[in-house]
Every structure is written in C-alpha cells, then in structure tokens.
Write a protein that binds this ligand. Sequence first.
Ligand SMILES: [Zn+2]
Length: 483
Amino acid sequence: MAITFEVIHKDIAGRVGKLRVNDKTVRTPALLPVVNPHLPLVTPREMREMGVEALITNAYIFRRSTEFHDRALAEGLHGVLDFDGVIMTDSGSFQLSVYGEVEVSNRDTLEFQQAIKSDIVVPLDLPTPPDAGPGRAARELAVTMERIREAQALFPDANLAAPVQGGIFTDLREEAGRAVRDLDFTFAPIGAVVPLMESYRYKELVQVVLAAKRGLSPGTAVHLFGAGHPSMFALAVAMGCDLFDSAAYALFAREGRYITPHGSLKIDELAELPCACRVCRSMTADELRKSEDRERLLALHNLHVTLAEIARIRQAIQDGTLWELVDERCRSHPRLLDGYRELLAHVAELERDDPVSKRRFFYRGSETCRRTEVLRFHEVIPRIPLGERVLVSFDGQGAPGFDTVLNFKPPFGPYPVELAETFPVGQSEVPEWDDDMVRSGCAGIRSLMEAHPESRFTVQCGEVWTRLVLEEVPDAEVLHEQV
Ligand SMILES: [Zn+2]
C-alpha cells in the first residue's frame, strides 16, 4: 500500500508526523475539510491557498449526483474539485447511519472510490450508534471487520483505510484496533464518534478513543472521523489522533455560528469579531451579520480558526506544551473538563509515549498534579540512593546530622540537588504553593519512603505545612524550619 506514516515529534500521546499518500505529503495533525461539491461555501482551491493539504468528500454524493457522477469518472476527483492535494473519500456509511440504508455494496463503493481516483478509500463500515447494546455492537463490528478483510482481498493495492468501530464498548474498540493492527493498516479512522461529540459526551469519547489506541499499532495514523470543533482537537491529539475532518466550518456558517477555539458564538449576538483572519479584520460584526455573503464569509472565518488551531497544536507538540494547551481548551466547557479528567485518569498508559524531557512545565491548578511528568517523577525518584538519615527540606536550608539532604519542589516532590537543573524540576514554573501541589509532592516522599524502608525520614517545612505533611506522610518526623 502506498500510505506511509512517519512520526517526527511527540508530546503526551500526540505526534507531529508526515502522512505520505502516493506522492503527496500531509503534515499531521491535519484537518481535512469536508467538501460537498453541490454547496462549496469555500472552494477547494481557496482551501489549498489557506494551507489545506488534504480534504475529504463523500463518494456516496458523487455516486448519486446527476451533475457530478460522470464528470468524476471522466476527470477524477482532483479535476472536478480543482484540488491537487490528498483527497480522501468516505464510503457513505454516514448516510447509512442517518437514513438506515445505502443501496451500494462494499465492493461497489470501493470500485467507485478508486474509479474517481480517490487517494484514500474507505470500505463500507457499519457505524454503531452509542445507544446500541453490546450484542448489536459486536455483530456490527464483525460485519465491519469482514468488509475490511474483503476490501483487502479484492483490492490489495488500494490505499485502504480501516475504520475502527465497536460502539461505546471499550473492549470491542480495543479488539477492533488489534484486528486492524494485525491486518497491517497504516491508516485507521475511529468511527461513529460524532453522536458522542454532538451530545458533549467527551468522557466516553476519551474512553473509546484510548481503547482503540491500545489495540492499534503506534505506527498507524489515526483519523477521528467527524471531529469538527477546534475546542476538542487538543484533547484528541493528546490521545494520539492525527487527522480530523470537519464539516463544522460550513454547517456552523449556515446556522450563523462563529467558531472560536473555545466554542462557538451566534453571529447575531456578537458586537465584535475577536479574530485575526482577513474576514474579521476587514469588517465589523454588524457588517458581517448584514452581508449578503454572510454564510460564505462565516465559513471562511470558521475554517481559518479551525486550521489555526491545528497549527497551534503542531507547535505545542514541538514545544512540549501540549498539556498546557489541553488544560486551557478543556476549561471552555464543563463536559470537556470531564474529558480532560478522564484523560488524566489514564496517565499511566500515556506516560509510556510522553517525552522524558520538555522545554517547560507550567502549573495550572490541581489537574496539573496528575500529569504524565508528575507520575514519571514519582516512578523515578525512588531510584536515587539514600543514606540512613534522610532530610527533605522544603526551603532547601538543610540541617546538621543527616546523611542525605533532599530539596522539595511541588507537585513533584523530593529531589537531590544534582537534579535541580534537569527536567522537570528545573524547567517547571509553579505559583505560590497550594495544598494540591504540596500533597502531590508528599506522594513523591511516600514513593521514596516505600522504596527505602531502611532509611529514616524527616521533613523540614514551615509551620503552615505541618498539618498537611503529617497527614500525607505520617511515618516521617516533621522538623520546623529555622526562622
Ligand atoms: Zn475571523
């Protein structure tokens, strides 16, 4: 197959990579705008000028269109759409989920997608809705896997994507991911998550995506099917999603909705246009609202904001600041915060992919204490050699009579002075200490004590922390700092 994926930078489970399809390259994370040939609010040529390297369109629409069917077969999609980047086609399984039927077989759609020169073709999978029980989800997954295998057998040279289904059942999603890995696919969309996103079920979204990722090979490019709003891209990328497709820029524009990285606003309620794009800087909110070209201008703005967020995420991965961006974005809606907290509940699996060293670590409140870097510090710190009498000094003053003196930095915990300049101690910025971060640091002291039962521990801290330290580290002696 002529799809390859190369990971270049990593942060959490997110990656900056290069997807190569035939002779074309797409930088990831990437956004594939959804193009409807009948209603192109923004043309593919304009998208190309905005930096779009890949788009997605629906083979089902071309198949049924009296206007485009023959042209697509004669000129190919790139000719009809006037776009020389990567074009992926969806098989029409979305229509299946909406209308309950499609008239084409798996073989038909695969033949048609190839005949219209799609760069990435998708078998006719069954998107299981979130309200389906485990029996139905398992039966439908079996059908999807059968169709993926059929696709591979019929068209071994095609650029096939292998959708991962399984409804809301994490065991099925993981099994589906493993099956796709065993078939050696480089490109795997995670399907049927749109209803979860539309109803703000981000906690379940995180569970389902992480389950699929556990099954998939780390070398597989993962496309989150139908993920449209930029406020959740950072969260999805942190889980290891590499590509998104978005119809939201156009759908929202039709509804008069103005996308921002934090959420969307009704254009009718806006007094200002808080954005740097050409549309927003060339007119007032009132002018945009009253413009005859309102839908198209809104779509241009929405797409600009969406693409800018993808660029911001790619930069954050290279800077090692994706956690900070996830934290910021997920505070824009309480249900996104649920998704973020669910992600933090899985740090043990995320930590394996997370880089050991980063440029910086900013403390942003209690959630920060559960990040990968803190977990790793608590796993690594027990390895430092200790003497018999150990002092953990909150202010670094030290005291006579100890064999080992360690400093203390929350939310990490105790560290030897040699590690003062290394990540994360040296590169972390924390505000005035709060209870959450000191408790997290005390967990680091406990890890150290468990690993060194032969040593005796004393914690030297200001009076303000005495009670908390006694609660968190009851087996240590507490020594007050010299005033
Ligand atoms: Zn704008």
